[in-house]
Design a binder for this molecule. Sequence first.
Ligand code: GLU
Length: 384
Amino acid sequence: MVSKRLQEIPASGTIAISNLVSQMKSEGIDIVSFSMGEPDFTTPANVIDACCDSLRSGNTHYTPSMGIPALRKAVADVTRETNGVPCQASNVLITPCKQAIFLTALAYIDPGDEVILADPSWVSYEACIRLAGGMPVYIPTKFEEKFVIDPALIEAAITPRTKMIILNTPSNPTGGIIPRDVLKQIADIAIRNGIKVMSDEIYESIIYEGKHTSIASFPGMFENTIIVSGLSKSHAMTGWRLGWAIAPEEDIKAINKLQSHSISCAVSFVQDASVEAITGPQDARDAMVAEFRKRRDLALDLISEIPGIQCNVPDGAFYIFPKYDADLPSAKLAEILLKEGHVAVTPGSAFGPSGEGFFRLSYATSEEQIREGISRIKKVMSQL
Ligand code: GLU
């Protein structure tokens, strides 16, 4: 028997659909997949070269559990210089992106603790909270307000058991950005109530309007924040599993305890390549962001032609989160789209109760696939 802890956790909704899509494709079915939040580009060549060089030079051993000094410094420098977060190399732990979230939850959440997060939110936050014994406290957000979380609702949800607030800007699944003034209000609430913020900034460089703000850049907030981010999305490095946590030294030491008992360290040669990804030329990253913007506009144009569907213009990440009128649950809609239309989307309900009535479409795929996939969605929706 698996543990009670695990029995209560569903498998990841995003990964489950992606596995199903892989299986259908292997059976020869022509599927257009908008399910996985994964750039279709290959990792930039300079990063691949740096990885091969590292391997050839024999860098196949453990590294320090916190990560190699050059990478910790590169992450701290870029975060300080780009986002104004007052961090140094000693504030950085190198670890796979999702692992950073999982370890942070385990390090800080005790059984019975409450964790505040936006509804809808990325699928695995709730699982990480529950695996640590905590309770998610969802704050509903609204389509009409571009899914921006309301600080007043955060404040009203705080109880003596509140341990953490999870933020994700730009957001998966909505592509929405939390405006700077709203982040400042949340920072004030967190400081006033002594609550830690885990700020997931994995989409920080995929922004189409304005500039990313890290909540840790506000005065007094660095001490209260654990930033998690990584290279998966920005540098098309999903398969490399390289990310980090940035926090005050005592927090990083605590999280590193878990790292030392679990994966020991991130992959050695991937860490070398990641120094190049961060400190080398950024033209490939910038070109990918420009391409995502074109694809976003194309996907929005095409989806707006479907009767009964409405969509916000997302300012970041590579998702659109359309609302549909058809009277059926989003899991059922996703199933019909996949089985009858051979097009994969993620049901909105996978992201929390307020996601019902929506579906998520990742447009990190080619223009051709976007055209074909949305025309399949249109056809199926017209028959509902
Ligand atoms: N973060 C991506 C997504 O939401 C990859 C899958 C996952 O980590 O859930 O599709």
